[in-house]
Write a protein that binds this ligand. Structure first.
Ligand code: URA
Length: 196
């Protein structure tokens, strides 16, 4: 893999912008913003839906039960959580963990796109339907598209990024029989990493 040039300042700036965004009604109900975490040199970027209760409390993504499952998935493939960048489509918790609205997603999409361009990863793993629809802008459900590779063109980057969608860890907690799909899909990620 070709080493990347990264600007830590840009990452700090986007994190501050996300924290201070007042365009969204969720600013009234969230406790903390959850801009994302991980090294700005990460080659793997995970994008989930929106923070839940524990993430909102700790201002960190995927620290609750879904996060614990994500950690297990990563450990299975010897991927250090500290080496990947993790963020969400919407950085603020929706009340009662409801699905973010179309409008909330649209408000934060430009931040997510900027965020992706700053991290500039080789591979993005979209966790669940909300992330898949927001980034790929297609209407196919996750059941149909998980495990397939997509070429993603970020508006700020020249290069094409490899994207794969996997089932969201929260869905897997509710439907454990589907876990094998996430394991198979991450195997494809492992293969792709070795090819890059
Ligand atoms: N679910 C998400 O989509 N993101 C988190 O950060 C936690 C749970």
């Amino acid at each position: 893999m070709i080493p990347k040039i990264n600007t830590k300042n840009d990452l700090t700036r986007i994190e501050i912008e996300v924290k201070n965004c007042l365009k969204c009604i969720l600013s009234k109900t969230r406790t903390n913003a959850v801009p994302g975490e991980g090294p700005n040199s990460a080659n793997l970027m995970f994008i989930g839906e929106a923070p839940g209760f524990y993430e909102d409390q700790e201002s960190r993504p995927f620290v609750g039960k879904a996060g614990q499952l994500l950690n297990k998935l990563l450990a299975e493939y010897d991927i250090q959580r500290s080496s990947v960048y993790i963020t969400n489509i919407v950085p603020w918790r929706p009340p009662n963990n409801r699905t973010p609205s179309e409008n909330e997603i649209l408000i934060f999409l430009p931040y997510v796109e900027k965020h992706i361009s700053i991290i500039n990863p080789d591979i993005i793993i979209l966790l669940g339907n909300v992330a898949a629809k927001a980034i790929l802008k297609n209407n196919e459900g996750i059941t149909k598209i998980h495990g397939n590779w997509f070429n993603y063109k970020n508006p700020y980057l020249k290069k094409i990024i490899n994207i794969i969608c996997i089932f969201h860890p929260s869905f897997l907690l509710r439907s454990p029989s589907q876990k094998k799909h996430a394991w198979d899909d991450l195997k494809k990620v492992e293969k792709k990493i070795n090819e890059l």
